[in-house]
Design a protein around this ligand. Structure first.
Ligand SMILES: [Zn+2]
Length: 139
């Protein structure tokens, strides 16, 4: 078996660990078209390994914008900073919800750069969160 491939057992472990939510924007699986990805936090192209410590569950939107990036720019200071790492950092230290739970607010340089780079507040995701709040499924 190719050691760089995510195994079915690893995929199950990542899904369970993330409790079926994107580890970046916390969107629950099952409400967006396309499959959630088991992504490499540090991409293989940049030396990342296929181990649980480097894997995260990511919705198609976050995954598509993250692609092979590990760094973004803090829009407040214009400084490059590493993106949020769900294995090494706590979500609540870097992000918060707006009062109506539709927008993700970056609390730190890492949080702001990740919100910006992954476009976590794009209108489609905000619309989805609005519906999920009404349905009692978010946050
Ligand atoms: Zn996401």
């Amino acid at each position: 078996m190719n050691p760089e491939r995510v195994t079915p057992a690893q995929r199950r472990a990542v899904l369970a660990r993330a409790r079926g939510r994107c580890e970046y924007c916390h969107t629950p699986d099952g409400f967006v078209p396309g499959s959630f990805a088991v992504e490499h936090i540090v991409p293989r192209s940049k030396g990342g390994t296929t181990r649980l410590a480097n894997l995260a569950l990511s919705c198609p939107a976050c995954n598509g914008h993250k692609y092979n990036k590990v760094e973004g720019t803090d829009p407040l200071h214009g400084q490059p900073v590493l993106l949020f790492n769900p294995r090494k950092q706590r979500w609540a230290e870097h992000f918060a919800w707006s009062n109506d739970f539709t927008l993700i607010i970056g609390l730190t340089s890492t949080g702001r750069a990740t919100v910006e780079t992954l476009q976590m507040n794009q209108q489609k995701m905000v619309n989805l969160r609005r519906l999920l709040v009404l349905a009692g499924l978010h946050p």
